[in-house]
Write a protein that binds this ligand. Structure first.
Ligand code: SAM
Length: 285
């Protein structure tokens, strides 16, 4: 027999649809209808869904800008003890959206945490990609700029498992360019667009093909990237010509010779001295 829910003093992480409302499970629906309090990433965004369910619980916002002030209030509600559900704008709370901190705080105070599973863009994109899913990595959103981004991209390029990445549509082309520069145009890649929605598309099958597609069709809607892993036998070292091309790319983007050498050393594992020497040996033009 299933345990009665919602139970007082329990935090429920409730998965909601990533586009198709039919994906809300009967269990999630019932829980949201009955629970005392619902913490939403955006109360206006979730208002429509909750209204259609006849959810009577009190709605509170919980997002990255009010996490610190809201956390103690939510834990206090659990202590009363009220039942509390957490939902995000879409998908599984805690995957690239607030959730983790609340789960940690609730557990630290001895409250039960139960997940009512639902759709997640990462796993939905992964299993539909046809790329190996036996072992995979989830990267969420990459840092948007700077050294941290370069390092993360370099790590991803060497990763032998399939990697799933989230990206906003207006940054997709820049990310595809960066992946092409690190992994080459031929690396397998599928961009899952508008999953579960009317115009769902899976665009690939390589980095180059996806780049060409999105140069012609400006990216719109939600996108998740599924990138094939690096060949596991031998991590292919870029040729001297390729290294030089990438050094020049960094320099054209405004880096000094030494900064370009340092950046590429981080990206490829080739020594900075070797790269610097390569720059000095190049034929002037
Ligand atoms: N918690 C969500 C989940 O479980 O998938 C993810 C939230 S994260 C803030 C939003 C990102 O998820 C989007 O930028 C996009 O990369 C991905 N995403 C969400 N819905 C999607 C969809 N319908 N199709 C493709 N990607 C989606």
């Amino acid at each position: 027999m299933q345990r009665p829910e919602p139970a007082p003093g329990t935090l429920y992480l409730v998965g909601t649809p990533i586009g198709n409302l039919g994906d809300l499970s009967p269990r999630a629906r019932e829980l949201l209808r009955q629970v005392d309090v619902i913490a939403c990433e955006d109360t206006r965004h979730s208002g429509q869904l909750l209204g259609s369910l006849g959810a009577k619980g009190r709605k509170l916002s919980f997002h990255q800008h009010n996490t610190r002030s809201r956390l103690p209030q939510l834990v206090e509600l659990l202590k009363q003890p009220l039942s509390l559900a957490l939902i995000s704008d879409a998908g599984l709370p805690g995957i690239s959206d607030p959730g983790e901190a609340l789960v940690t705080a609730a557990r630290a105070e001895g409250h039960e945490v139960i997940c009512i599973p639902g759709p997640c863009a990462a796993t939905t994109a992964l299993v539909s990609s046809g790329l190996p899913s036996g072992r995979f990595c989830f990267e969420g959103f990459l840092p948007t700029k700077g050294r941290e981004r370069q390092q993360r991209l370099a790590e991803i390029a060497k990763e032998t498992r399939t990697t799933v990445i989230y990206e906003a549509p207006h940054r997709l082309l820049a990310l595809l360019d960066a992946i092409a520069s690190q992994c080459g145009e031929d690396r397998p890649l599928l961009v899952a667009r508008e999953l579960t929605k009317r115009y769902e598309q899976h665009i690939g099958p390589t980095v180059g093909a996806a780049r060409r597609h999105f140069r012609e069709h400006a990216p719109q809607g939600e996108c998740t990237l599924v990138l094939g892993g690096a060949p596991s036998q031998a991590i292919i070292q870029p040729s001297e010509a390729e290294l030089l091309r990438r050094l020049e790319e960094h320099i054209e983007a405004g880096a000094s010779a030494s900064v370009a050498a340092r950046q590429l050393a981080e990206e490829t594992g080739t020594s900075r001295r070797e790269l610097y020497a390569l720059l000095h040996r190049r034929t002037p033009h």
